[in-house]
Design a protein around this ligand. Structure first.
Ligand code: MN
Length: 171
């Protein structure tokens, strides 16, 4: 594992005691994939954790209301620390007293395709997230099609793009 990767997971590791939690400490999987996962996390406040594999780690956001299929919904997505790739298959109970105590279950999982463009040219996910706007297509079981993450002053917003999968909720 490179020191750059260790550095990315520093915050993740500092928050956890791996002798007490069954969460992965990370670092055994080679980077290069494009996994996405949404984990339902029932802790002091239930939320959904959206994670996208970018350059060897899972970039992570806590989405209190979870992803929507309705393009009119702007779902707050609070950026959290990078997680190891192995976390994408983590399910279980984080013990009381530990960071994120509660249960974690995989709610949806699959691959994603970066669709972000700037001035008509494709840019990497790393560049996209740095610039504050990323567009990507999810290929999960529950979540499919285009989504956009946009950074605002009060956090990121996760919005479904209009496509043949989006659904406008009836009033
Ligand atoms: Mn969480």
């Amino acid at each position: 594992m490179s020191s750059a990767m260790l550095d990315k997971l520093k915050t993740y590791r500092e928050k956890r005691d791996f002798s007490l939690t069954s969460e992965p400490s990370g670092g055994s999987l080679a980077p290069g994939g494009n996994i996405f996962v949404v984990q339902k996390h029932s802790s002091h406040s239930q939320h959904y954790d959206l994670r996208l594999e970018v350059d060897g780690v899972l970039k992570s956001w806590a989405v209190p209301k979870g992803p929507s299929l309705d393009p009119r919904d702007k779902r707050l997505a609070i950026e959290t620390e990078d997680h190891p790739i192995e976390y994408a298959s983590f399910e279980g109970t984080i013990p009381q007293g530990q960071y994120g105590a509660g249960t974690v279950e995989v709610w949806d999982r699959g691959c994603y395709q970066n669709m972000t463009q700037k001035d008509g040219l494709e840019i990497s996910m790393k560049e996209a997230l740095h610039s504050g706007h990323a567009a990507f297509r999810l290929e999960g079981k529950k979540l499919k099609g285009g989504y956009a993450l946009t950074r605002t002053k009060r956090g990121w917003l996760l919005v479904k793009m209009k496509d043949d999968i989006s659904q406008i909720k009836e009033p």
